[in-house]
Design a protein around this ligand. Structure first.
Ligand code: ZN
Length: 531
């Protein structure tokens, strides 16, 4: 059926619900008007339904008249009457049944409206709070949890001032420079307070306009936090600043507001004002955007720990290590990543970088200005790595792996990641204690035919000409698979999951996996583990 015919069908179906086609929106959606009858009510409320002509997006449903009995802030109803009846992404519309799905949305909207009118769903206000609290943007780049006075710098972004609360001015400045912003010498007096209460709009009086409004609102959420806020505002007032920024850490989100001090105390007539000159001061909501590395790293893995603050050495910045360091920076922020260039480019695709370690470090800093990376363009055997939380061997060099196993004994955890055959399988081994197998143990086991990756022997394919050295050919996709396995095991490690310690991912499906993921014990023949 043509899309025109489909649209005609949907419009006809809405007509039977009492809706009338009134034209198109600026972005080409169909506009219909009619009455939305809330579930459990007799009378409808005038509303407008907008339909995506391709029926990929949910219909937009907007009340044209907001029932006067509703308070200022109600869940699922925007200021312009927009009704949030289904969260985008929670429901998959069947684009092959546009009539059925569009009508289902209308029905769902009627049900939600019925609940709103009955005063239900108030709990949802907490979840939607961010939609009720928007204003001036303020960025937060803090790793610590310190409360009280904070350092807030002002940057110029395309001529506009932006506020950045920082726990480390150098780090934040690097981030600002990477965005092309200019850091000014201006600062904003800022305090950070903490609450256990999830914010929720005060439905009878919203949004708060004065300090008195803020305090009244906060006292319904968390009286202790209200007291702290009040103290901080008075602290700011006594410092004779132009204003003060208050940042509130709540369990779900960080939000804030700014108070502007008037140099002449206003002569408001409210009784409360006589008691406290701050009550009548104007406030402005501030939307807080976190740009700290912990948040950037954790956002996509909310229940999982990241490698934050760990000292990690990544040895090998070749084909596996390059991807792996990139992934680690995306999932972590860490104190020390030490990509080593061990000098031999054994892998099968072009090495574009003159010095892999230094170039990789530069690229990581460009992508994640908050990261602390130190490149050591020397042979790892001469490098001083200091005390490490985790050593990752991504060199794929068997003999170097043996050397590292001997040099860095338990309890230093070592994660080895390598490719077997010409991209036949990728493997990784995590050794966290002296009873588990080390990388060298695996070599002894495999010589006896144990713990192999594939049932059949791995093909021995080499490419390259004499002078440039031989290499094992395989595509970059295999390196990415190896790096992914390494990143997975590094994340598991920080979350206390040390098993299975030996993991194999078969890439070439013409082979058969010989060793399921397991926890091998140290090998009786390994000279490193039996000395
Ligand atoms: Zn061993």
């Amino acid at each position: 059926m043509s899309s025109v015919a489909v649209a005609a069908d949907v419009i006809e179906a809405f007509k039977q619900q009492g809706f009338e086609f009134v034209g198109k929106t600026d972005d080409g959606w169909f506009k219909l008007r009619g009455m939305l009858i809330p579930c459990g009510a007799d009378d409808g409320i005038p509303c407008e339904v907008q339909l995506d002509p391709t029926f990929f997006d949910l219909p937009r449903i907007r009340l044209l008249e907001i029932p006067p009995e509703l308070p200022n802030a109600v869940p699922h109803l925007g200021a312009e009457g927009g009704l949030c009846y289904l969260a985008k992404g929670t429901v998959v519309l069947d684009i092959y049944d546009p009539v059925g799905q569009s009508l289902a949305c209308l029905q769902r909207a009627a049900a939600v409206l019925g609940q709103i009118l009955k005063g239900k769903m108030i709990e949802d206000l907490a979840e939607e709070f961010f939609a009720y609290w928007s204003g001036w943007l303020c960025f937060v780049d803090m790793q610590g949890k310190d409360l009280g006075r904070q350092n807030c710098i002002v940057a110029q972004a395309n001529g506009k001032p932006l506020w950045f609360i920082t726990g480390n001015e150098d780090r934040t400045t690097r981030k600002l420079h990477s965005l092309g912003y200019q850091v000014t010498d201006k600062t904003v007096l800022t305090y950070r307070v903490k609450t256990t209460a999830q914010p929720r709009p005060l439905t009878s009086h919203w949004p708060p306009e004065t300090v008195a409004d803020i305090l009244a609102w906060q006292s319904t959420l968390d009286p202790r936090c209200r007291r702290k806020i009040h103290e901080r505002i008075k602290d700011g007032q006594s410092k004779r600043a132009n204003g003060v920024l208050i940042i509130i850490e709540s369990p779900l989100m960080t939000y804030g507001f700014a108070v502007f001090f008037e140099h002449q105390v206003s002569q408001k007539t409210k009784l409360a004002d006589r008691k406290d000159s701050s009550f009548g001061l104007k406030v402005m909501p501030v939307s807080v955007i976190r740009i700290d590395d912990r948040y950037l790293a954790q956002r996509n893995i909310p229940k999982s720990k990241t490698l934050a603050g760990k000292r990690i050495a990544l040895v090998g910045c070749g084909t596996i290590g390059g991807y792996l360091s990139d992934m680690l920076v995306k999932v972590v922020d860490f104190d020390g990543l030490l990509p080593q260039n061990i000098g031999r480019h054994r892998l099968g695709f072009p090495d574009l970088l003159s010095n892999k370690a230094e170039a990789m470090a530069k690229e990581l800093k460009r992508l994640s200005p908050g990261v602390e990376v130190h490149a050591l363009p020397v042979d790892v055997r001469q490098a001083q790595l200091g005390k490490l939380d985790l050593l990752i061997d991504a060199t794929g060099e068997e003999s170097l792996g043996h050397w590292l196993s001997g040099r860095y004994r338990a309890p230093t955890p070592i994660l080895s990641v390598w490719i077997e055959g010409p991209g036949t399988a990728v493997r990784a081994l995590l050794r966290t204690n002296a009873s588990g197998a080390c990388y060298r143990c695996l070599w002894h086991s495999q010589r006896r035919g144990e713990l192999r990756s594939t049932l059949d022997a791995l093909p021995n394919i080499m490419a390259g000409h004499g002078c440039e050295g031989l290499y094992v050919p395989f595509p970059a996709s295999v390196s990415v698979q190896a790096a992914s396995l390494g990143a997975e095991m590094a994340l598991d490690w920080i979350n206390g999951v040390h098993s299975p310690a030996l993991r194999t991912r078969l890439i070439d499906q013409t082979y058969q996996l010989a060793t399921p993921d397991c926890d091998p014990l140290r090998d009786r023949d390994c000279p490193l583990c039996n000395s």
